[in-house]
Design a protein around this ligand. Structure first.
Ligand SMILES: Nc1ncnc2c1ncn2[C@@H]1O[C@H](COP(=O)(O)OP(=O)(O)OP(=O)(O)O)[C@@H](O)[C@H]1O
Ligand SMILES: [Mg+2]
Length: 243
């Protein structure tokens, strides 16, 4: 029996802005087992980011249930939520969201600073270096993030998401602002992390990018309209894929 890290039952999210109601996610039920690599696809406005933000505890559903590691998300205390956000999940965004005037080291250090228990700990430097090594960015450790290329920024953002060794990585259009070579590097890192056992949930509207996952969920108008395993997925191995 696989252990499901994520389970939703009839999950919905309605945005209320004044008199306008938008049902961004509409009765979504699915499960994700540990170690899966799931891509969520769908046209603009189909609810991909809204769903991802709920799954990553950056937003909350208005109806239905979300269970994380078998426990109802509603039952988590604010402290438990903070701990899950900081230690069990990592987030990667299309626009990187790094602090421009902080160094690469300082950007990756941030999640460690949010956790009081880490303050002044000797192991922090090693954790930061290990995360930067995983993404091939150790050689820029003292650069300011605004001195990096887009692909390099995204790799630093991945290191930041990794520094606490989370179980799940959520990536919302991580290759959307990158050239194809840098995009492939990012997909290679995500595939390597998945091979090491991390669960990856990726939002993309590029079919090519989605084919690097093991399973694709299709969304339209807030609903899941397709859910299939990929039989022959693409392996991001650099040169070969560029052709
Ligand atoms: N904060 C908000 N308030 C009101 N409506 C919102 C809000 N955020 C998203 N929506 C609406 O919810 C729907 C789903 O938006 P969402 O951002 O989840 O789509 P998406 O699939 O990620 O699209 P894209 O591919 O363009 O990023 C859209 O119709 C959007 O306009
Ligand atoms: Mg989106």
């Amino acid at each position: 029996m696989p252990s499901f890290i994520i389970k939703t039952v009839n999950l919905s999210k309605t945005y209320n802005s004044g008199s306008v109601k938008t049902k961004a996610v509409s009765g979504v039920s699915f499960k994700v087992a540990e170690g899966e690599f799931l891509a969520i696809m769908g046209p603009s406005g189909s609810g991909k980011s809204t769903l991802m933000q709920i799954l990553g505890f950056l937003d909350y559903p208005t109806e239905g249930q979300y269970l994380f590691e078998g426990k109802a998300a509603k039952s988590f205390s604010p402290d438990e939520l903070a701990e899950i956000r900081n230690e069990k999940i990592g987030f990667i965004f299309q626009t990187f969201n790094l602090l421009p005037r902080a160094t690469v080291f300082e950007n990756v250090e941030l999640p460690l600073l949010y956790d009081r228990r880490n303050l002044g700990k000797k192991g922090n430097k090693q954790k930061i270096e290990k995360a930067l090594e995983e993404v091939g960015m150790i050689y820029r450790i003292n650069h300011f993030s605004n001195q990096l290329s887009g692909g390099e920024r995204q790799r630093v953002a991945i290191a930041r998401a990794l520094v606490n060794n989370p179980k799940v990585i959520f990536a919302d259009e991580p290759t959307g602002n990158l050239d194809s070579q840098s995009g492939i590097q990012v997909m290679k890192i995500l595939q390597d992390l998945n091979n090491e056992g991390k669960t990856i949930i990726l939002v993309t509207h590029e079919g090519y990018t989605a084919q690097h996952a093991k399973r694709i969920l299709q969304m339209i108008d807030g609903k899941i309209v397709g859910d299939e395993q990929i039989r022959e997925r693409r392996i991001a191995d650099g040169e070969k894929e560029l052709k």
